[in-house]
Design a binder for this molecule. Sequence first.
Ligand code: UGA
Length: 447
Amino acid sequence: MALKITVIGTGYLGATHAAAMAEMGFEVLGLDIVPEKIEMLSRGRVPMYEPGLEELLHRHVAGIEGSTGRLRFTTSWEEVGDFGDVHFVCVNTPQKHGEYGCDMSYVDAAFGALAPHLRKPSLVVGKSTVPVGSAERLSRLLAERAPAGVDVELAWNPEFLREGFAVQDTLHPDRIVAGVESERAEKVLREVYEVPIGEGSPFVVTDFPTAELVKTAANSFLATKISFINAMAEVCEAAGGDVAKLAEAIGHDDRIGAKFLRAGIGFGGGCLPKDIRAFMARAGELGADQALTFLREIDSINMRRRGQMVGMAREALGGDTFLGKRVAVLGATFKPDSDDVRDSPALNVAGQIHLQGGQVTVYDPKGMDNARRVFPTLGYADSALEAARGADVVLHLTEWREFREVDPKELGEVVNARVILDGRNALDADLWRAAGWTFRAMGRPRA
Ligand code: UGA
């Protein structure tokens, strides 16, 4: 009999995972403790913007015309316990308030709520990003509280999906990491991932701590790569070099690789910043803090970028103040193709300028509602053109395709001064300059 799957937590990770499991042919039951989310998902609607996810839900959510009916949602732990052979825990682990460590309360609550309902043999699979050592602790919790006892096992299977590519990354993962303590658990996971394994996704079997560490190590490496190129951008600015050319040139070395070498205002979002901090905190607890002190520098290079962008904008406006100046900000989300504004460098820069007295107007293709919620006092416009109307400087802070397609001539008609700063090194400088704009980008020479 085919395995029945449950997915606990239906955020970016869980909603996508649930839909992908249904796409792979399984019967899936998703649980969330927020009834509104469950209600939306049950109608095939996604509570966030993620390309392709709504289509995937429509293909599988029960009750939608023409769907396979393989995917359902509930708020009942009992139903989840009765239904599932494999339970994926996909809740989030945000940064703790005022501390570097990550907040495990959602994970702990999920395991605590699920365990008493595990009355039949099943595999619980942790997907959340957790401090190393958590899996071992949670497996003890299951052993103590699951009525089925030794027939319930834990596996740790970290997730590497990127927002904006979540569907593709989940259906076609570039690797599957299985942290297991038994062959039985490994066998179940191989069955769950039979389709991607068959397509060639590498399946890496590890112990618990290694599986947990793979995730934080991968995100730390990515953060390091971005901060490395941003540090090079600082040196390029001082030396009159061009960081985009430098990145292109070093990227041709395939040991280095061209990806994640785009200099700009740095990384944000719900993962990279909090993961490197939680990793440092955990290493400290384990007595290995020296090993990760470099991440402190990675973090501070990254945070410095935001201030540097603010400085560049101030300089572009004549030097000493934002007072009485109109600043157009293109982009609010932490990256394109997402509506996520968590720790968004773009919104942070917009906020800093606003707090320093600038008249900031923001436009983002998908992030407006979330941005308004986080920063209600900023000005918001319905299009790039409207945001730019009367602006003394335009800041390009999230590299949406829509902004690359803006016609510099048209935008030039509505601004007060044709000055654009590219905080993402994604616009075509020649095009803007040809249309009479003063164009500046981080780590690149002034023309
Ligand atoms: C990141 C990882 O890339 C995923 O592999 C991981 O699964 C996920 O975190 C997670 O932990 O769940 P994500 O947060 O969606 O994914 O975003 P990224 O694509 O990694 O981008 C992070 C930030 O880095 C963005 O603000 C982006 O603008 C910035 N970035 C990226 C740069 O500044 N330069 C680059 O060259 C690349």
